[in-house]
Design a protein around this ligand. Structure first.
Ligand SMILES: NC(=O)c1ccc[n+]([C@@H]2O[C@H](COP(=O)([O-])OP(=O)(O)OC[C@H]3O[C@@H](n4cnc5c(N)ncnc54)[C@H](OP(=O)(O)O)[C@@H]3O)[C@@H](O)[C@H]2O)c1
Length: 120
């Protein structure tokens, strides 16, 4: 389901809160008055999370949940009660992927991850 720009205040789960793409998404959601459930693998990673926690509205409307794409059931708490899920977390592979490795290193983990996030 698409989140309309003029949506009434909603609860939105954004996976991969520490990531490059997720940050501006979370900022825009908070600025628009929505409540955000952000997921990360390490909630003690203040270097990555402090900029999010300092965003306007974050102290009232941003909750962080520990979740790993490779762990079934890991996202259940984060998506609970959410109207929308914006699934951005991804096992990003830096550097070269060798011939024949794309499926096992990228495609299969991504597919398993989508199952884990949307299985709730
Ligand atoms: N950056 C771009 O310009 C761009 C453009 C088009 C599309 N995209 C796509 O957008 C997606 C995100 O890209 P990005 O640039 O935001 O990547 P990124 O900055 O590397 O962020 C990836 C996020 O995924 C999380 N993550 C990785 N493995 C995980 C796992 N096993 N369990 C839970 N979380 C995990 C990371 O969390 P941790 O903090 O736990 O590592 C991080 O928050 C990718 O699919 C990418 O291909 C990116």
């Amino acid at each position: 389901m698409l989140l309309p720009l003029s949506a009434p205040q909603s609860r939105v789960c954004v996976t991969g809160a520490t990531g490059y793409i997720a940050g501006p998404i979370i900022e825009r959601l908070l600025r628009a008055g929505h409540t955000v459930h952000g997921t990360c693998r390490d909630p003690s990673n203040l270097t990555a999370l402090s900029p999010l926690m300092d965003l306007p509205g974050a102290s009232e409307r941003l909750r962080l949940f520990k979740a790993d794409l490779m762990v079934p059931g890991s996202f259940d708490a984060a998506v609970q009660g959410c109207d929308y899920v914006i699934h951005v977390a991804a096992p990003v592979v830096l550097g070269k992927v060798g011939p024949g490795e794309g499926r096992s290193k990228i495609v299969e983990p991504m597919m398993r991850a989508v199952d884990n996030v949307l299985d709730e």
